[in-house]
Design a binder for this molecule. Sequence first.
Ligand code: NAD
Length: 251
Amino acid sequence: MITDLLKNKIAVVTGGTRGIGFEIVKLYLQQSAKVVLFGSHQESANKAVDLLKSENPDWEVTGMAPELGNLQSVEQTIGEIIEKYGRIDILVNNAGVSARESLYDYTEEAFDNIMNLNVKALFDCTKAVAPFMRDQGGGCIINTSSMVSLYGQPSGCGYPASKSAVNGLTKSLARELGKDNIRVNAVAPGVTRTDMVANLPEDMVARVTAPIPLGRMGEPTEVANVFLFLASDLASYISGAIISVDGATLV
Ligand code: NAD
């Protein structure tokens, strides 16, 4: 079994406490990276770290909880990580929320909330980390998009709008930061079995999985595998890509 794809790499994963982010953290640790995971609260971040350490006490993993969407808070946390490790090789912008209200019920506050976490937090984290990546000679940024960024969805317009913005940031930053040897890519998962879909009613899950040619939801590890590939040197010439992991879903 290969265990050194990310040897000597320092990774930061936002939204690393559960779901897809948690599986990314676990895979990175299995491949010898040192990982700092971000959670929405210090308590949930600590809980995720404890869970990982119970699986392997040798894994070097830390939990932190900056206020995502607040550049000052993010910069302070990134500064603490740099002080500890001296570098950040991989940034995974994965934290995200969704909402499904119809336009008629959609509040301005709900729209701002989605944009703040799914778009602005990605901008803030990237802005805080990129100068260190540039100065250390390069790095890799991977953003979590969604299949709905490409197809839209019949309600909850703020979520696909935010994920289309993720694609726009990914493509643009790949072009801007390439000269600094920073690769920027996105993964666009389809319906994946996490808390985000656990709250959906049964009939909606059936409706959502029906048009998936592979006939089922994706598992968080199946999505995380692509984050591993993109973070590794195997993907050294891939930048600006948005990779779908959706079982060939055609909405
Ligand atoms: P999840 O709800 O299981 O996890 C979300 C993560 O984001 C958690 O770690 C949580 O701590 C963090 N988070 C939520 N609100 C936060 C806040 N205000 N501040 C800081 N962190 C916060 O969801 P998931 O399904 O694992 O989603 C992960 C990413 O994958 C998201 O960007 C989501 O949009 C995307 N995605 C999920 C699916 C799916 O079907 N599950 C499909 C496409 C894209």
